[in-house]
Design a protein around this ligand. Sequence first.
Ligand code: MRU
Length: 371
Amino acid sequence: MKVGGRHYRSIWRNAQDGGVEIIDQTLLPHRFEQRRLANLADAAEAIRAMQVRGAPLIGATAAYGLALAMAADPSDAALAEACRALMATRPTAVNLRWAIEDVRRRLEPLGPAGRAAAAFARADAICEEDVAINRAIGGHGLGLLRDAWERKGRAAPLNILTHCNAGWLATVDWGTALAPIYLAHDEGIPVHVWVDETRPRNQGAAITAFELGAHGVPHTVIVDNAGGHLMQRGAVDLCIVGTDRTTASGDVCNKIGTYLKALAARENGIPFYVALPSPTIDWRIADGLRDIPIEERAADEVSHLAGRADDGAMVRIRLLPDGSRAANPAFDVTPAALVSALITERGVAEASRAGLATLFPDRAAAEGSAA
Ligand code: MRU
């Protein structure tokens, strides 16, 4: 997508020397800076520190992390250690495991001499696949938005609520939940997006608002607690969110607060869609509440806020009384029963084992035996 008229992806190879570059998302929306990942440690730290974030982008970065590790040392021991180090960065998004296992499976049979080139080639391919997948998700989701607009009698605007950031900065390009919105906007459907702030790290306020603004999509940032109220007042036509891991039976794990929005949507009869690329499906598990590891992040993300003061200085302030403890579960699980439909690259499916298996019979059969 474009920023300041120039096309960017969230991760790319430098055209001059093939180096791996990212946009440092911890600085958004106040600074738009690129950063180079020079080695495995840089890639692991970028994921851990959330310079890159969002399930598909975490997977793509891990693939480049393995390639950078192989460029330094292509031995079996180094491959195993790189996989371990990357797997330890963040626990919830299954795209991390998917990408690591995918690259490792291809590298292990090769002799060390061929590993770095093969790993870079596969990481590049994962990025291309991600872009194509997300564009296809956009097309399928666009059909749902068109239908919703027709049902509304083409009355403007079509109000869509989203949570966290599932846009191009969470993927390699296009995004998942935001891809249909970009396409609808480009087609002339008058969309307006309610952007959940998404405390504590504010991916909605900082990143989704930045993305939508850069593309010219009308949007309004709201505090996380406002969504239910807006739904009761008829100000939300539908919700679309992304996911970090969806089980074989359609339970959806996503950024903390997603579940509450799904409950409010159900109570108010509002469609609640989840957009996801197939690498986000964990075919090995069926029970999201029991089987998905929920990342517990540092308490200071809750106790403190960071931002730009009116004089331009970047500041960090404390919100809590000294001595109060804070807890910070980063994701929650929305049971499949609350999800109106899953939007994938192969089409729209019911959020159920049967729905996913209809779209992905190959994957369900190959990997689903454990679930
Ligand atoms: O903690 P984050 O910012 O990595 O969480 C991101 C999300 O929860 C997204 O909704 C999810 O990864 C889907 S991204 C297309």
